[in-house]
Design a protein around this ligand. Structure first.
Ligand code: BQF
Length: 293
């Protein structure tokens, strides 16, 4: 039997349509939600991501501002740009596209964004709020994963979830969210030093791949009837194709789909959900700012 394919393209479209309607109402009340995106350098993947965010803003009716800085930008120059957006009352969300050029310390930059405008939810203050279950923003990719599981109709309460990967952006916050009282999953985080990793995966009701290794999760690592969520976006060489590369996830899709109950594709799975959740955070920030004053 072949797995149900959980389409992030479809679910994210649905979410964006809901937000589009909401923005019409917010604008009627005199509010114009606005997201500022800062891109430092010329990373080709980052350029695509920034463009995806701009297009989503346009679709929903969120105003978007963009600052593009050369790769040679100093930390101080970047901090100035952030400060400008922090002080701008018409800007509700700010994000600095990662990764940054190596000479700029990421931690320093992420701490500079005002927590109430931190729509990526990377500021330590907002990260801390998640771990105590007191939530303002949810980090975009983990929130997208959870939304896909929910809208796919899959229960998390009492389920064993294995997360492959412990990054600050995906694995760690996702673990923090899934074992809160509203989700009630039992979470195991696996990494390079984990013993019996294969066996742990194969025993899980839900497997989440977030390690950045192309097609790492094979069919023998997945239980019959499991739900498999693929967060990986890996560029692999594909000679003869238009771009010379293709995107594959952390899951060997073709073989795992024959065993899983449900699986997310790459592209068109978690990726578009990340963007939709960013839009949701931007609306949250705008509403908080507007109704507070
Ligand atoms: C799709 C990201 C790693 C590091 C920094 C749609 C996106 C990707 C794929 C996208 C990502 C990944 C983003 C698809 C934003 C997700 O159709 O499968 C959208 O734009 N993403 C980012 O901003 O920074 C990253 C991954």
């Amino acid at each position: 039997m072949s797995a149900k394919i959980i389409s992030g393209n479809e679910v994210s479209k649905q979410l964006k349509d809901e937000m589009k309607e909401e923005v019409v109402k917010l604008k009627a009340q005199g509010m114009e939600p606005c997201l500022s995106v800062i891109l430092v350098g010329e990373d080709p993947a980052s350029k695509v991501y920034v463009l995806n965010k701009k297009k989503a803003c346009e679709y929903i009716g969120i105003k978007s501002l963009e600052t593009r800085l050369p790769a040679t930008t100093t930390t101080e120059e970047l901090l100035k740009v952030i400060e400008g957006y922090n002080n701008d009352k018409t800007v509700h969300g700010i994000l600095c596209q990662l990764p940054l050029p190596k000479h700029i310390p990421e931690t320093k930059i992420l701490r500079a964004i005002l927590p109430e405008k931190d729509v990526d939810c990377f500021h330590p203050f907002n990260v801390g709020l998640i771990s105590i279950g007191e939530v303002r923003f949810l980090p975009c990719t983990p929130a997208g994963v959870i939304e896909l599981i929910k809208r796919g109709g899959f229960e998390t309460a009492g389920k064993d979830v294995v997360i492959l990967g412990r990054s600050n952006i995906v694995g760690r916050p996702l673990s923090n969210m899934l074992d809160q009282r509203d989700m009630n999953a039992t979470v195991t985080m696996c990494h390079t030093k984990t013993k019996n990793l294969k066996e742990r995966c194969a025993a899980a009701d839900i497997v989440i791949g977030a390690i950045g290794r192309p097609e790492y999760v094979k069919a023998d690592m997945v239980k019959e009837g499991a739900v498999v969520i693929d967060v990986g976006i890996n560029r692999v060489d594909a000679p003869g194709t238009e771009k010379g590369f293709k995107l594959v996830g952390d899951v060997a899709f073709d073989e795992v789909k024959e065993k899983a109950a449900a699986i997310t594709p790459v592209p068109g799975g978690v990726g578009p959900m990340t963007i939709a959740m960013l839009m949701k955070n931007t609306l949250t920030a705008a509403k908080e700012a507007f109704f507070k004053k």
